[in-house]
Design a protein around this ligand. Structure first.
Ligand SMILES: [Zn+2]
Ligand SMILES: [Zn+2]
Length: 144
């Protein structure tokens, strides 16, 4: 992800450069234009350079914005499958269950146990508590 962050920064710089060029062009244009005795605005060659710079800057700005939009769109698509939906079944009746289920929706077997060391509610299959490293008793399947 470091490379895509770098690209976004580069594109932000393109947009910033576009604004800078447009602002510089605006100042050059305003310095290079004057009103004649009839009140008509006349552009000197310097003024035309300024106007060209404004258009150039706006073009850079637009390109920078378009690049940013197309780059940000695919970043929102990846959605990994939640790990709790893979491969967990009730140890008693084999009904598929979610990792965060407290008990089996089919047979009512408790799927969580309380760690005697720290009191955390942990999954039934844990042999050692990951929170406090206490050895956990084997899960008792209630038969009958
Ligand atoms: Zn069950
Ligand atoms: Zn614990």
């Amino acid at each position: 992800m470091a490379s895509s962050n770098g690209e976004i920064t580069a594109k932000t710089e393109i947009v910033g450069l576009g604004i800078l060029v447009a602002v510089i062009g605006f100042f050059i244009a305003s310095a290079g234009m004057y009103q004649n005795i009839f009140g008509v605005v006349i552009l000197t060659s310097l003024g035309w350079i300024g106007v060209a710079l404004v258009f150039f800057g706006v073009a850079i700005l637009v390109i920078g914005l378009i690049l940013k939009d197309t780059d940000l769109a695919p970043d929102q698509t990846p959605s990994p499958i939640p790990p709790q939906q893979i491969g967990y079944v009730c140890p008693q009746c084999k009904t598929p269950v979610m990792l965060d289920y407290m008990s089996c929706p089919n047979c009512g077997l408790l799927l969580k146990k309380k760690c005697p060391g720290c009191g955390q509610i942990v999954p039934y299959e844990w042999r050692v508590c990951a929170y406090c490293n206490t050895k956990l008793p084997a899960h008792k399947i209630n038969k009958g």
